[in-house]
Write a protein of this length. Structure first.
Length: 331
């Protein structure tokens, strides 16, 4: 009897430990997310976001790319908690880190938030707004659409140092890229798929100028870049150029399509991190497949990978808050 009682107590304690582990481990927080989270609390939420995005991008289509990337940059630092939107009086928030200085469209996020607060005050989080805006920005410029899981709460911390530690630089090699994705529960395929977002937008010359003028510190060019492409880029970007913008997808940088993979396959990816996709068998295979088939699976894959990315480190339930303004925490 004593042995059976002891076993029952130990078994109960084990169950309680497992339950506590599931509750406290943020890896399971995404299970609280669901499609249609605001169906009852704010039924027009997604329609409101879409309306603002369609109106905005009809006038300023170049805002689509930075708005899509804003969701990426948010999720890779502290998880998808809207922390990239917070301002700091001392310029030490995520948005103050050099890689985030090129992000634009914060005023659009504020516009969406204002419209949602007017319709249903204190209900829709800024973190969810970022996820919805990324989807609608993609779809509005002829890219894929997907069902967005919602139910995130907003974080209260934003650190420039953490952005520096977690955001991937354009010089990242394939080893670093894969490790960063896997640390966040994303696969090698997700890396190849989400890199395809580079099919839209622009970049400053300083993000890749070393590939043109000083790749190994000896005044040389990157041997992994098409020499003809290097010549074209040198006409736009002079040594030390910190202001000129170059199209990520020359001639078609406002439309979301599969052209990125054609460019990478031809060694015309703008960043070292783009060229790095040819240094791994799985990512190279994906690049070659999309380039050869006109992006046969890219749109579907992109939606799947975006949903996975949107689950990284989310705050749900009693964690976090619903900010009244996306740029600052509630008092």
């Amino acid at each position: 009897m004593a042995t059976r009682k002891l076993f029952s107590v130990l078994f109960l304690q084990l169950i309680m430990f497992v339950v506590l582990l599931l509750v406290l481990n943020p890896a399971y927080a995404h299970e609280s997310l669901k499609v249609g989270f605001y169906e009852k609390s704010c039924p027009e939420a997604e329609a409101i976001v879409k309306k603002v995005m369609v109106e905005t991008l009809s006038k300023a289509p170049t805002l689509a790319a930075p708005l899509i990337r804003m969701h990426f940059h948010d999720c890779f630092v502290r998880g998808c908690d809207g922390s990239v939107l917070l301002r700091s009086s001392t310029n030490q928030a995520e948005k103050d880190f050099v890689s985030n200085l090129n992000l634009r469209g914060f005023q659009i996020i504020d516009r969406v938030k204002s419209a949602l607060e007017k319709a249903c005050p204190g209900v829709v989080s800024c973190a969810d707004i970022l996820a919805l805006v990324a989807r609608d920005a993609t779809a509005t410029i002829k890219g894929p659409s997907w069902e967005v899981e919602t139910g995130r709460k907003d974080g209260r911390v934003s650190s420039e140092i953490e952005a520096h530690e977690n955001l991937l630089p354009p010089t990242a090699n394939i080893t670093r890229l894969i490790r960063s994705f896997q640390e966040r529960g994303l696969s090698i395929k997700d890396l190849a798929v989400l890199s395809g977002a580079h099919t839209v937008g622009t970049s400053h010359c300083y993000s890749f100028n070393d590939r043109l003028y000083n790749f190994t510190g000896k005044g040389d060019t990157d041997p992994n870049m098409d020499p003809n492409y290097i010549k074209r880029l040198k006409k736009k970007c002079k040594p030390g150029d910190n202001t000129t913008l170059v199209e990520m997808n020359p001639g078609n940088f406002k439309t979301f399509d599969e052209d990125y993979y054609t460019l990478v396959a031809k060694r015309r990816g703008l960043f070292q991190s783009d060229a790095a996709l040819l240094d791994n068998a799985e990512t190279k295979s994906y690049v070659k497949l999309q380039a050869a088939t006109g992006g046969s699976t890219f749109f579907d894959d992109f939606g799947v990978s975006m949903v996975k990315m949107g689950r990284i480190g989310v705050l749900t339930g009693k964690a976090g808050e619903i900010r009244k303004q996306c740029s600052k925490v509630n008092k």
